[in-house]
Structure formats: structure tokens, C-alpha cells
Design a protein around this ligand. Structure first.
Ligand SMILES: [Zn+2]
Ligand SMILES: [Zn+2]
Length: 177
């Protein structure tokens, strides 16, 4: 069964965004992605997102829902640009920030080499069965090849909430190309 996604004002501040894990403030617009519910045929599962997080992490859902929704969305051009970019670069929505590797155990998804302790790595998540699962890392130097674009700092900054501007500049300098 196909259910309609929705954009609506959050009636309370209780729902957490699936994209970033933070609460969605009461009264702000949120996107609800409806998925089949394994426990009920009649009621879908609804995943709530900040609009911006949906644009970054569920770009196709965002574009489709905005096109169908009558809601006035502040910032709609910027958000649509983010989502269109993500829809065109299928791996970019997987970006979930960046950090220095706490150990030297993880391997890069692109070059398969180990990411050394304290080296920068870009974190990936993979959306499956209604959730985002951790899905490994790539070296900044390998990321242009992996993502098919060098233009990934906006996503890294958005989901790398602990990163300083210096960190972002450093990551930028490590990107290839
Ligand atoms: Zn969010
Ligand atoms: Zn690599």
C-alpha cells in the first residue's frame, strides 16, 4: 500500500527528527515520511524530519512531498537546491558529519585502506527499513571519487555538529581536487 507523505506544523515538541536526532520544535514545519508498518496494514509508520534534514537525507521524499504539499515553506528554494543536489548525487545524502578516528581500525569505503587513528574521516549512514544505520567512513581525500562531487562541506557542516570552522577548513584542505 502507498501512503502519502506529509508536511505539517508540529503539534507538540515531542517528536525527534530521524535525520539529526534532535527534537522538532512545536509549531515548526515537519515532514512525515510514511512507510508501510510491519505491525499494521491500516496505519503507516511515520518518520518525522526537520524540513532541512529531510532535504539533506531524504531528498526524493522531500522533493515529492514539497511538490504535493500546499504549505508555504520558508526557504523553499534553498532546501529544494539541497534536495536536488542530493537526488543527483546518490551518496551525498549518506553524509553524517565527520570526526577524527578514535582508533585505527575502520577502513575507508572507497580505497579500502585503514583510516589511521586521529585522521579525519567522513561518516556515512545508510537508510534501510525505515532507519539510518551506520555504514562506515571515507577518507576526505577519497570522498570526491566516492560521492561523485567535491561539494560536500555543506552536508558535513550540517551533521557534524561538533565541528569548528577550523575543522571544516582542515577537512576542506584534505579533499581531493
Ligand atoms: Zn533534524
Ligand atoms: Zn580512502
Amino acid at each position: 500500500m502507498e501512503f502519502e507523505h506529509t508536511i505539517e506544523e508540529a503539534p507538540s515538541g515531542r517528536a525527534k527528527c530521524r535525520g539529526c536526532g534532535l527534537a522538532i520544535p512545536k509549531g515548526s514545519l515537519r515532514l512525515g515520511e510514511r512507510l508501510p508498518n510491519p505491525f499494521s496494514d491500516a496505519t503507516p509508520l511515520t518518520l518525522w524530519f526537520h524540513l532541512e534534514c529531510a532535504a539533506f537525507k531524504r531528498p526524493e521524499t522531500f522533493l515529492q512531498t514539497v511538490a504535493e504539499s500546499g504549505e508555504q515553506i520558508e526557504d523553499v528554494n534553498r532546501l529544494t537546491q539541497i534536495a536536488t543536489f542530493g537526488a543527483d548525487h546518490k551518496r551525498v545524502p549518506r553524509i553524517n558529519g565527520a570526526q577524527r578516528a578514535p582508533s585505527g581500525r575502520a577502513k575507508c569505503r572507497q580505497c579500502k585502506e585503514t583510516i589511521g587513528k586521529d585522521e579525519w574521516r567522513i561518516s556515512l549512514v545508510y537508510f534501510e527499513d525505515g532507519r539510518f544505520n551506520p555504514s562506515g567512513y571515507v577518507h576526505p581525500a577519497c570522498s570526491t571519487e566516492y560521492f561523485g562531487t567535491r561539494d560536500i562541506l555543506t552536508s558535513i557542516r550540517k551533521f557534524g555538529v561538533d565541528l569548528s570552522e577550523n575543522d571544516v577548513t582542515e577537512i576542506d584542505s584534505l579533499l581531493d581536487g
